[in-house]
Design a protein around this ligand. Structure first.
Ligand code: COA
Ligand code: ZN
Length: 315
């Protein structure tokens, strides 16, 4: 495998949206700026949603206005409706990440409207933007809904095709509450690539049941080269019962690099940023590599072992 992987960071949007304490705007801006120097393809900075629905991103304009834009990094934002799109364009977002769910119940819970109404609203956004800014559409609950259960792959393909027909640049296929398994991921990724390989296809996994990195591997093997992850493994949708963290970016990047895949991310630098995250959110985070170090970072040989080696040499 020699594909180049494009990795997107979502910590200040998906990662922070479920945090109960408001994270200071200064801290969000500083974190995005630190991540901008780590080699990500894209950073999802914030969401232009109702501040009543997601109080954490009520400072979206200020964050977008204050971050340092590094050439080569795309700064994207989550948008649920026309109002959000107007705010996003005003804030000079590089991409609009529109969102709706494949499951009707989750769409009602998260966006307070039926899917048909979301399609109407998002179509209106796509028409209004008229190609001036690239559009990505995130399809939540693509691998299962915590309230409805199974989501048929045909449904995901249908919704994906609808947005492809509307001319979007990319689609993000989201496992909102970590229900996907690797075999299911392989099947859906193959089907999506057969139909829609001309689009930028991104996979967005949550590690709710410990299958996150196995799912990344299954997707890579099915030819997917774009992934979302959250620093420290933070994240989750407050309107999806039982939701928990995204796949941890630094753990996923460490795995991909160990496998010989190129990601463009400076992992040692990213690990330094990750180690500061518990102080920003005020609690421990699930990520593992920031605690253990990379598998190639060796520990010093204990003195007793060196002594033993010398004795063996003399003998
Ligand atoms: N940005 C800011 N405010 C917005 C907004 C937007 N994009 N869209 C709506 N609002 C405001 C309205 O002005 C209104 O404010 P008011 O009560 O002060 O008059 C309020 O939100 C309700 O608006 P309404 O159009 O009736 O929306 P709703 O209550 O039916 O909610 C959404 C619909 C989509 C706006 C809301 O459910 C939402 O923002 N969901 C996002 C959830 C999310 O981000 N989940 C995690 C990511 S997957
Ligand atoms: Zn998510």
């Amino acid at each position: 495998m020699t594909q180049r992987i494009q990795f997107n960071e979502v910590v200040t949007r998906d990662g922070f949206q479920i945090e109960p304490q408001f994270i200071a705007t200064d801290a969000k801006v500083a974190l995005v700026d630190a991540l901008s120097d780590c080699g990500y393809a894209k950073i999802e900075v914030t969401s232009f949603v109702s501040p009543k629905a997601i109080p954490q991103t009520r400072d979206a304009e200020e964050v977008m206005g204050r971050i340092r834009r590094v050439p080569g990094v795309e700064y994207t934002v989550l948008v649920p409706n026309l109002r959000g799109a107007e705010r996003a364009l005003e804030s000079r977002a590089d991409e609009l990440n529109l969102v709706m769910s494949v499951s009707e119940t989750h769409n009602l819970a998260n966006l307070r409207m039926p899917r048909a109404k979301s399609l109407e609203a998002l179509s209106e956004v796509i028409r209004a933007v008229d190609g001036r800014t690239p559009i990505n559409v995130s399809l939540s609950t693509s691998f299962g809904c915590p309230m409805e259960g199974e989501v048929a792959p045909a449904q995901v393909l249908d919704w994906a095709q609808r947005f492809a027909d509307l001319g979007v640049r990319g689609l993000t296929i989201c496992d909102t509450t970590g229900m996907a398994d690797p075999a299911q991921v392989a099947r859906l990724c193959e089907a999506l690539r057969q139909k829609l390989d001309h689009l930028q296809l991104t996979l967005h996994f949550h590690n709710t049941r410990g299958m996150g990195l196995a799912n990344v591997l299954a997707a890579v093997q099915a030819g997917i080269t774009r992934f979302d992850g959250s620093l420290g493994g933070l994240g989750g949708c407050p309107y999806a019962p039982g939701a928990s963290g995204n796949i941890c970016s630094e753990d996923a990047l460490h795995m991909l690099e160990a496998m010989g895949l190129e990601t463009g991310v400076d992992l040692p630098r990213l690990l330094q940023v990750a180690r500061a995250l518990p102080d920003i959110v005020g609690h421990a985070v699930p990520g593992q590599v920031a605690k253990a170090g990379r598998s190639c970072d060796l520990h010093p040989v204990p003195a007793a072992v060196t002594e033993l080696q010398q004795q063996l040499q003399r003998a």
